[in-house]
Design a protein around this ligand. Structure first.
Ligand code: DC
Length: 673
């Protein structure tokens, strides 16, 4: 219900640590398709788990491949070139690496084995060209209908001429997307049993390194392709996919670009270590390293790893033909914000037909930050801002825009020095296409001054609904969440288990200082045991109220609570969040509801869990606990002087959350959301 519509990155200052990259998208989807077409079982290691691989996997399952996760690996048993399902409708999201090769493979299989397949995707996929590939497949004799606009998905693949026309070379354009050639190379071994097949590329082939990945992986699946320059490719007669048994997927070199840039901009003390790609990578985007070096990064590498540290800073502006690194080049456009002078990226026309029109999108978003941008049909020029502006970055359902613009949060390091501003990334979950936990990975490796990391506190009496409110606000904002009541409840539970008396302040404080307490997504573990439900018991709450009155206990739990204050921000709920633990919080809420309302809510909560309850005694207990919390000598429950008072007796949870988010937004510097 409460999704993260935007993520505000505080101004960031430095970076350090080790990053384990997720698997390469390009390799993952090619390997999946090849495994799906091969006979036998392929055991895939380190496969990328993301939106784009999920749609490919769903498609393979839809076609009758057996797909079994086993531990850290995925076992895929392929079709061996024979259709199991002759009729399927496949939805391929926005994954070009699924749409193009599946179109080619299924067109050939439909033609030769009487299949009928509909391939569709999200609206943007229906705007991404596929006509050149369809033309090439029609030359072969494949039957393909456009179900929407000519030249674009959705498509219907139909039975065609049973014997494909492989005598002549198949011609395909290479200057719009190299994925058309890749699709043919991956699929045509299906038709090369009797005769060699030649593919001829028309026009200058772009993104050649991606075709190299294709050739490399075909070789691992037993398919030899003879390449003459970048114009002619011949698949040998008698070709048949042979599973290599086990295959490892490298880390994604395009994803590495964000951390290479991070090192170049912000790794001032120790290098950022990147594990998963290195000097032995088969991915073209590894050459991003050369571009980063040219801008000033210090990079060392070995097989499967890179280390990147700041070298020259501010960075050096460059002019670069980026045809060989089209995806990673977007990261250069953001690095340009930290350079002296104007950076020009040439030969990037393919940006216009990717997840979005990336030239237009990058230009628009860089300008929001204050940069001067010139864009042309196939280039972009970026001059850094003289004055950075806090900006809400639109991401156009394009994972790379979300990831590369996160690097703009280091603007406090840019020259000329000016006030550091936060950066808002809209629809941040679009990173799920290739790097679902990108932001968590980034946040765990960056630091900044604590005052710059926002805190929202939600204090209030028991059963006021502050936990529900605070956790929903945290989820909406993508911030960390501290349920400080759980910390006191855990202390109470630990005391019950160790038979420590409620008046033994010393021993209680000792227990509190040594709590083995872990918060993980929606569960709380104490001493390795899930205690999420147990902590909510009335008797635990009642003891927590007593235990929490002791000054030594409160002091012992302070460090643990403060440790939740991390990038990108924190929402903390409790009794003294705004007054004692986080007195400098940017926004404080004091939530109340009448005792009658609170007793009724607690009553309904208990009944729904099948626990019998009496509303009058619940109310009496609530009021007793309020009195104890309000009158204790340390950290009594009271609103912070600067807190927003919110009585939610007559408000739904959604309405309370909206009220808090609206008030928070008024304190933010962003104009649009
Ligand atoms: O919010 P809760 O009901 O889970 O809290 C349990 C008890 O812990 C509550 O009676 C008072 C105490 N508490 C506290 O003293 N300070 C906090 N910040 C949070 C809870």
């Amino acid at each position: 219900m409460f999704t993260t519509r935007f993520l505000d990155l505080p101004p960031l200052l430095s970076a350090a640590g080790t990053v384990h990259l997720p698997g390469s998208k390009s390799i993952s989807n090619r390997v999946l398709l090849l495994a799906g077409l091969s006979a036998g079982t392929t055991v895939i290691h380190d496969l990328l788990a993301s939106d784009d691989t999920r749609v490919m996997l769903d498609a393979l399952r839809g076609l009758g491949c057996d797909v079994q996760p086993r531990g850290e690996t995925l076992h895929v048993t392929g079709l061996g070139g024979r259709l199991k399902t002759h009729d399927a409708k496949l939805f391929l999201g926005n994954a070009g690496t699924a749409m193009r090769p599946l179109t080619a493979a299924l067109a050939v299989l439909a033609a030769t084995q009487s299949g009928r397949f509909d391939l569709s995707g999200v609206p943007r996929m229906h705007e991404r060209p596929i006509g050149d590939l369809v033309e090439a497949l029609r030359q072969l004799g494949c039957g393909i209908d456009y179900l929407g606009n000519d030249g674009f998905p959705p498509l219907r693949l139909l039975p065609g001429t049973a014997r494909l026309n492989t005598d002549k070379a198949i011609r395909v354009r290479g200057d719009v997307s190299s994925q058309f050639l890749t699709a043919l190379l991956l699929a045509l071994p299906l038709a090369a049993e009797q005769q060699a097949i030649t593919i001829e590329v028309e026009g200058e082939l772009i993104s050649k390194p991606y075709v190299e990945i294709t050739l490399n992986l075909l070789a691992r699946f037993g398919i030899e392709v003879v390449r003459e320059g970048w114009q002619r490719f011949t698949i040998a007669r008698g070709s048949a996919y042979r599973s290599p048994g086990d295959i490892h997927v490298e880390g994604d070199a395009s994803s590495a670009s964000y951390f290479i840039a991070l090192g170049a901009i912000a790794a001032t003390e120790t290098p950022i270590r990147i594990v998963g790609v290195g000097s032995d990578s088969i991915q073209g985007d590894i050459r991003f390293v050369e571009a980063a070096r040219a801008m000033g990064a210090q990079v060392s590498s070995g097989p499967g790893w890179l280390e990147v540290q700041r070298g020259k800073f501010p960075l050096k502006a460059i002019t670069l033909d980026c045809n060989h690194i089209p995806d990673a080049a977007m990261t250069l456009a953001v690095m340009a914000l930290y350079a002296i002078g104007t950076t020009r990226l040439d030969n990037i026309a393919s940006w216009r037909v990717k997840e979005t029109d990336r030239i237009a999108a990058m230009a628009a978003e860089l300008r929001k930050l204050g940069a001067t941008v010139v864009e042309g049909a196939d280039f972009i020029e970026v001059t850094p801002p003289t004055q950075w502006r806090p900006a809400a970055i639109d991401t156009y359902d394009d994972h790379r825009i979300a990831m590369c613009f996160s690097l703009a949060a280091f603007n406090g390091l840019a020259a000329p020095a000016n006030a550091a501003v936060p950066v808002r990334i809209l629809d941040p979950q679009c990173v799920g296409k290739t790097f679902p936990d990108y932001f968590e990975t980034l946040f765990a490796r960056v630091s900044t001054t604590p005052q710059d990391i926002p805190i929202i506190t939600v204090d209030g009496p028991t059963a006021s609904g502050k936990g529900t409110l605070a956790s929903a606000v945290a989820k909406s904002l993508g911030y960390h969440f501290l349920d400080s009541g759980a910390v006191y409840r855990a202390t109470a539970l630990a005391a019950m288990r160790a038979s420590v008396r409620a008046d033994d302040e010393q021993r209680l404080a000792q227990l509190a200082a040594n709590l083995d307490l872990h918060f993980d997504a929606d569960t709380i573990c104490l001493g390795g045991q899930d205690v999420t439900e147990t902590l909510r018991l009335e008797e635990v709450g009642a003891l927590a109220s007593k235990v929490s009155a002791w000054p030594l206990v409160r002091a012992a739990l302070r460090t643990l609570q403060v440790s939740f204050h991390r990038v990108p921000g924190l929402v903390a709920d409790g009794r003294d969040m705004g007054t004692v633990i986080f007195p400098g919080a940017q926004f404080k809420v004091f939530l109340t509801a009448s005792a009658a309302t609170r007793a009724e809510r607690r009553y309904r909560q208990l009944i729904s869990k099948g626990i019998s309850a009496n509303i009058d005694s619940l109310r009496a207990e609530l009021e007793a606990r309020d009195a104890r919390d309000q009158t204790r000598s340390v950290s009594p429950l009271k609103p912070a002087v600067d807190a927003m008072l919110l009585d939610n007796s007559a408000l739904s949870v959604e309405a309370s959350v909206e009220a808090v988010l609206k008030a928070w937004e008024q304190r933010r510097p962003f104009k649009e959301t």
